[in-house]
Design a protein around this ligand. Structure first.
Ligand code: TUI
Length: 309
């Protein structure tokens, strides 16, 4: 399958693995790239030195292109932006902000730049700034989210820009893949499905919680702070939402979430930690290798796209 995304990125299948903080390590990124998709290392809140090591380790595991996702609220975002150029990373995606100030440096170094956007306005701004593509991410996603659904967002972004659009949010199988293409997307980005991949280093209790999760098991915290985050409902989200309802101040709420994703991913504390996941978690049924996930999505997706009614 050929789309502008496979061409620009030099990959076999238009499937991108989300750059999830703590989850998207070099092991996962390399496995997805080896399987013909685009793997991403998620910089999350990590220091630049850690991101550099991750990039170097990924290079040892694969000769295929992979990328790095920069979470723009990271205090070391400026340094990480430079590490990407230094290490010759081919693709960068950005989340949770506007990457305009790095665009010139990345473009000059030949890095493909793909900002994640949750609105038409930001998509247009990114296109004007020189982005090679955008990920239009709906509110069904896990982690930091916008408010528009994938179904509504993707076709509106497709109509508003001429660069290719990658759909994200609520996609986990061949049906979601086919639906995204029907909306005009030329690629898809999946997060939740790859969290439970065999190559994903997240704690087994985190994987088990996603595999058990149903359609309505996620909650959105942080609406009052302007940084909404979707995760699986647990003691942590209950307490956070209670404090939010009581009108707790920003610093008090922030203190609660500090280190909470690490707690769930690394320590397996899925009670007091933050178990970020998308609304599609109910569709994620088992742990499998990245190659199997990608092959399954491609065969099911292509069959649907070729079907005539
Ligand atoms: O970034 C994400 N998802 C994330 S980041 C993350 S790390 C984190 N941990 C705890 C609290 C907060 C974050 C976990 N998941 N997705 C991409 C995305 N970006 N979704 C929405 C946006 C976005 C939101 C606002 C992009 C831009 C924006 O504002 C633009 C501006 O002009 O500032």
């Amino acid at each position: 399958m050929k789309t502008r995304i496979t061409e620009i990125l030099g990959i076999e299948y238009p499937i991108i693995q989300g750059g999830m903080a703590w989850v998207a390590t070099y092991q996962l990124a390399a496995a997805v790239s080896e399987a013909g998709g685009l793997g991403l290392i998620g910089a999350g809140g990590a220091p630049a030195s850690f991101v550099r090591e991750q990039i170097q380790k990924a290079k040892e595991l694969t000769d295929k292109p992979f990328g790095v996702n920069i979470m723009l609220m990271n205090p070391e975002a400026d340094e990480i932006a430079k590490v990407i150029v230094d290490e010759g990373v081919k693709v960068v995606t950005t989340g949770a902000g506007n990457p305009a100030k790095y665009m010139e440096m990345w473009k000059a170094a030949g890095v493909k730049v793909i900002p994640v956007v949750a609105s038409v306005a930001l998509a247009k701004l990114m296109e004007r700034g020189g982005a090679d593509a955008v990920v239009a991410e709906g509110t069904e996603s896990g982690g930091h989210i916008g408010s528009t659904t994938t179904m509504a967002l993707v076709p509106q972004v497709v109509d508003a820009v001429s660069i290719p659009v990658i759909a994200a949010g609520g996609i986990a199988d061949g049906r979601g893949f086919a639906a995204a293409f029907m909306l005009g997307a030329e690629g898809v980005q999946l997060g939740t499905r790859f969290v439970v991949a065999s190559e994903s280093i997240v704690h087994e209790k985190y994987k088990a919680m996603l595999i058990k999760a149903k359609d309505i098991d996620s909650a959105v915290t942080g609406l009052s702070t302007g940084h909404p985050v979707r995760s699986i409902r647990n003691k942590m989200t209950k307490e956070y939402l209670k404090l939010e309802k009581e009108g707790a101040d920003f610093m008090e709420l922030e203190k609660m979430t500090l280190g909470s994703l690490r707690k769930a991913v690394v320590e397996g504390d899925v009670v007091n930690g933050t178990v970020m996941a998308g609304q599609i978690a109910g569709l994620v049924k088992k742990e499998q290798p990245c190659k199997e996930i990608i092959d399954e999505i491609m065969s099911e997706g292509m069959e649907l796209l070729n079907k005539t009614f």
